[in-house]
Design a protein around this ligand. Sequence first.
Ligand SMILES: [Ca+2]
Length: 281
Amino acid sequence: MTRGAGTAAAGRVLPAALAVVLLAVALAAGSVGDAAGVYSDAEPAGGNTFTTAADLVLPYDQTVLADGPVVSYRLGESSGTTATDSSGAGLDGSYVGGPLLGRPGALAGDTAVEFRDGVADHVAVPHHASLDVDDVFSIELWVRRTVLNPTGPRQTMVCKDAGGFCLGFDDDSIQLHREGGGTNITVGLGAPPGITDTTAFHHLVVTKDGGTLNSYWDGQPVQSYSSGLVADMFLSTSGPLYLGAKDGAADSEPFPGLLDEVAVFDYALSAAQVAAHYGAR
Ligand SMILES: [Ca+2]
């Protein structure tokens, strides 16, 4: 999609350009300071912050936001019932049923939320027009499983109720499914190494642009479809967005484990964008 690609290109160019400017400013300031003796050029503990362009790579959350998600949940709250949308759209969600907040997260300096096995807990986000992404979208998150399901049931991590996308695990593989809208449809998205890991977080992205569907695990492509998919697989919906469960009423097919940094886009991220996000962790 044009908008996403343009935004992404700008987002990736900026750090290098910024680095040149800041490096130039730092060098100029240093030489002026030394010559005039106006101020000490003693370095702070830890040394110079701006040394090379690599030092100025945006942190993970800023890298994601630069690519324009429609919602982004850092899930870093330590208390309360509000799951804050950091995208700027103001589409906050609610922690329902007491998921565990403040759990160790995927990234340094920000925590995650844990959904418990056998407990009806999830995040619910009221419907908004921008969440109605239909058949063109990306779902991005970090996941650490706590309960494996070699024979099912399905574990749903993110779902747009009803008839929209539902991303989860089933039989210890990644699965995208639609439930509702008259027909249930399921597409397997692979079982990469580490999918049964319960000790660490992994980065998962699924992108769909109509007839093209891709999955990525820890920044690497896993499964790709460019033909053979059911036309208009996912539908326009007006239901809530759920994290940690398929729906709110029954909390059915819940995900037991930790989710972190969940973002939804209304376009298909490119492989390069996915790799850049993972690389910014
Ligand atoms: Ca977090």
